[in-house]
Design a protein around this ligand. Structure first.
Ligand code: NAP
Length: 305
């Protein structure tokens, strides 16, 4: 009998993973926030994945965090700002050989989670897949992509990558996962806050070339100082390529603000600015960008952390 995947957070990515694993016959159990959410899920009875316009439902079992069942493999699919407290609730249930897969964007939440469960193995993921909820317990697979997984302190891949292969989840084991996460964070810092402040699609930043280039210069300096020279390589060219290739898209931060959802600012631009301060690096434009973004979020009555 293969090990059950406990999926913490039945949101966009949690559902995308849970449904694909379940349809491949891999045992999956959802962990939802509380009794009220469990009742709501049970009334629905299944998670629905919409792929290529076709909806399919999967009756995956669910439980609350206070269930007694031990957990050996936990996919953490909450937002970065919820991950630490959500995992802390489950700490007493983790088996001695438990492994956690952390799907959070940005940096900072992974260390916070790892500190809460020092005996568990924590693997980090960086994904270019895209999904969104178009209803409760219902997710649209919007962008096919790739997920890189790695363990910053242990280069040996886990055996359960076979489950991902069986489930058709495109993935690759990465021995430089921190470099990937830093690179993605830098791309996000150079693009997402500006799309919010200029109220534009990614392509709208082509009209703000100098501002983008200045930020890329400061971000490259930061990456070098943080011991991530590979993540700094040709950063500006890649940012420009992404802006061009995704010109018609709205960034995830733009979409969060537009839908009046909390952003993950503290784990993206906020993390970068904090790292700069820790290294006594004065990055004027990056700091100004953070102040402008915080002021903008506050002016809209949205959380700025
Ligand atoms: P999401 O749709 O908001 O889902 C988060 C889920 O976590 C929600 O269902 C929420 O429950 C649940 N949750 C929060 N606290 C919980 C707790 N204590 N116990 C149980 N469940 C809890 O978020 P997402 O878009 O999947 O994003 C997850 C992470 O993946 C983020 O860091 C994001 O940046 C990253 N990511 C997302 C995408 C994407 O396309 N969506 C792509 C790449 C990376 P409720 O339903 O009760 O609120």
């Amino acid at each position: 009998m293969s090990t059950t995947w406990h999926i913490l957070g039945a949101g966009s990515l949690g559902t995308l993973w849970a449904t694909r694993l379940a349809r491949a016959g891999v045992p999956v159990t959802l962990i939802v926030r509380d009794q009220a959410r469990l009742q709501a899920y049970e009334a629905q009875g299944a998670l629905t994945l919409v792929e290529h316009g076709e909806a399919r439902s999967y009756p995956i079992p669910a439980q609350t965090p206070d269930s007694a069942e031990p957990i050996r493999r936990l996919l953490v699919a909450c937002k970065a700002y919820d991950a630490e407290s959500a995992v802390a609730q489950l700490a007493p249930r983790l088996a001695p050989d438990a492994e956690l897969i952390l799907l959070q964007n940005g940096l900072g939440s992974q260390d916070a989670v790892a500190a809460r469960v020092p005996h568990a193995r924590c693997l980090y993921a960086s994904s270019t897949e895209g999904a969104f909820r178009d209803g409760d317990w219902r997710v649209v697979f919007a962008g096919h992509g790739y997920t890189w997984l790695g363990d910053a302190s242990h280069p040996v891949p886990p055996i359960w990558l076979d489950d991902l292969t069986a489930a058709g989840i495109p993935h690759e084991w990465s021995t430089d996962i921190l470099t990937r996460l830093w690179r993605k964070l830098a791309l996000n810092c150079a693009i997402n806050p500006l799309t919010v402040l200029h109220q534009c699609r990614n392509g709208g930043l082509e009209a703000h070339h100098c501002e983008v280039a200045t930020l890329c210069g400061e971000l490259s300096e930061l990456l070098q100082r943080c011991g991530q020279p590979a993540a700094a390589e040709d950063l500006q060219q890649e940012v420009e390529r992404v802006i061009h290739a995704t010109a018609a898209n709205y960034s995830s931060m733009y979409q969060d603000v537009d839908s009046r959802r909390r952003t993950e600012i503290s784990y993206l631009l906020g993390y970068a600015c904090k790292a700069a301060r820790r290294h006594s690096l004065h990055l004027r434009h990056l700091e100004q960008l953070e102040s402008r973004l915080i002021a903008h979020l506050q002016s809209l009555g949205l959380p700025s952390d």
